[in-house]
Design a protein around this ligand. Structure first.
Ligand code: NAD
Length: 357
């Protein structure tokens, strides 16, 4: 996929640093009725979106009641899978009803209060949001909040915010990318990094996101959630490659991987990649967590890390910043991905380093 570099503007965080306090949820005028129950649509039922949508349908208590969920995916079997799993769990017997939309026009015309998206690329987010806005039939008194949980560029996040918010003062686009992977999506323990226009908007969407995650963090103005996500993952890639190099060197020097990881985890090298997702299968088994112990299955894929590094590097170029370490990790993850390991957890970098010996 070709990537287009755009000049980036700097992001402010003004409402975060203002003295404005968060309003009560009751002041959120997003619903089409006076009640605090909402119609939510979910677009993109992939590895992340499907479990997130199921968590919306489960009756997880927050300040928000969801009266109806409309689901849609470009790939019809994913819609069928949601309907089947929701049926098997008996979710249709709860107070929340749900339905399948065959097209995005159907989604827009079903008149939801919120649309949550979980899509693979900037192009997919752009096309979905533009189509929704084209077909949206909400009147000026009703509001539509589009919450995009996809990892995309800051430029795209801001562009979509401008598109949606200029359609009506009631409409808004919020960037809310996630951390926590497929497990976090299934367990409802995701972290959401939220970029939005005001504390009122944040208060409106927080109860909804709380049905899918544990940490809902306001990061500032539109685009700032995306910026935080890209910065986090650029640092994470460098952290993982560092741990892989150290585990590889230690093993070559005859040190037991369990001993090395154990010392790191009470010393200065301690981090998520040494402790929670150690790339060495022996150390991961000892710690009791980590995709490496399961042949690098079910973790955060190298292809997704490469995508995030490409997005982060594009932002760095737009800002005229040098990111030499991220430049290198991008090359390394590009090689691992090209080697056919795109779906494997990004800790598989350790095996790549071993093969290079
Ligand atoms: P995925 O490819 O499994 O799912 C994307 C879904 O979007 C697919 O079901 C696809 O059919 C659907 N889709 C694509 N274009 C569409 C369109 N135009 N209209 C409707 N549906 C469309 O991807 P995923 O792993 O679920 O990731 C989703 C997003 O979350 C990505 O942006 C990814 O970077 C981010 N993310 C993923 C993880 C992870 O561990 N998988 C972790 C954090 C963030």
């Amino acid at each position: 996929m070709s990537r287009v570099l755009r000049p980036s503007r700097r992001l402010g965080t003004h409402w975060l640093t203002s003295t404005h306090s968060y309003p009560n949820y009751s002041s959120c005028k997003h619903m089409s009725t006076a009640s605090s129950s909402a119609h939510v649509a979910f677009v993109g039922l992939g590895n992340m979106g499907l479990p997130m949508a199921l968590n919306l349908a489960r009756n997880r208590p927050t300040e928000l009641d969801i009266r109806h969920i409309t689901v849609h995916d470009l790939h019809p079997p994913n819609i069928e899978k949601f309907m089947r799993l929701a049926g098997e769990e008996g979710l249709n017997e709860s107070s929340t009803t749900y339905s399948a939309a065959q097209t995005l026009a159907d989604v827009a015309e079903s008149n939801p209060d919120f649309i949550v998206t979980s899509l693979p690329t900037c192009e997919a987010s752009e096309s979905v949001v533009q189509t929704i806005m084209k077909h949206s039939s909400r009147n000026q008194d009703q509001s539509l909040k589009i919450i995009d949980t996809s990892t995309i560029s800051v430029f795209t996040s801001r562009k979509l915010h401008d598109l949606v918010s200029s359609s009506s003062s009631q409409n808004d686009y919020i960037d809310a990318p996630v951390s926590g992977g497929v497990k976090g999506a299934s367990d409802g323990t995701l972290t959401f990094m939220v970029g939005c226009s005001s504390p009122e908007t944040f208060s409106c969407i927080q109860p909804l996101l709380s049905k899918m995650g544990h940490s809902i963090i306001p990061c500032g103005v539109p685009g700032s959630g995306t910026a935080v996500k890209l910065c986090n993952n650029a640092a994470l890639a460098a952290q993982m490659v560092g741990i892989c190099e150290a585990m590889n060197l230690g093993e070559a020097l005859g040190v037991d991987p369990k001993v090395l990881a154990g010392v790191m985890n009470v010393s200065t090298a301690k981090c998520w990649s040494s402790q929670v997702n150690n790339p060495h299968p022996v150390a991961a088994r000892d710690i009791g967590s980590g995709a490496s112990a399961k042949n690098y299955e079910g973790g955060f894929g190298c292809a997704l890390m490469l995508k995030d590094l490409n997005l982060a590097m594009d932002e760095a170029v737009g800002q005229g910043l040098d990111m030499p370490v991220s430049g290198l990790t991008r090359i390394l993850y590009g090689k691992v991905d090209a080697g056919g390991y795109g779906a494997k957890d990004f800790g598989i970098m350790l095996q790549y380093l071993k093969e290079k010996k």
